[in-house]
Design a protein around this ligand. Structure first.
Ligand SMILES: [Zn+2]
Length: 104
């Protein structure tokens, strides 16, 4: 549907899916590989998370971890990294990584 129109981000999203199907990557790596800003990558990832469901796949988010106290951000549904830790309030967070997996 949208993969033939480069102007709407469909092509970029296809490439993100192809890259993540090979190996997990973080937003910074994706941003460098695809020449998109990290903000654009997060927007694409959010869209990918929704569209993969229709294909029986899902976006796996390797959860961010607080580097100060070890708190794991288990239940995050959105791809964006958290700004600070809810437990210790520090901002040194290991950024999430993303992969593509089966929904089963
Ligand atoms: Zn913490």
């Amino acid at each position: 549907m949208d993969q033939l129109n480069p102007s709407d981000g469909g092509t970029i999203r296809r490439r993100i899916i192809e890259l993540l199907a090979v190996e997990p990557m973080g937003a910074r790596e994706l941003s460098q590989s695809l020449h998109q800003t990290e903000k654009e990558i997060y927007d694409h990832l959010e869209h990918i998370g929704r569209s993969l469901k229709a294909e029986g796949r899902r976006l796996i988010i390797d959860p961010p971890v607080c580097l100060h106290c070890g708190f794991v951000f288990e239940d995050r549904r959105r791809p964006h990294p958290p700004g600070h830790c809810p437990r210790c309030r520090k901002t040194r967070i290991r950024r999430p990584r993303y992969a593509i997996g089966s929904s089963r």
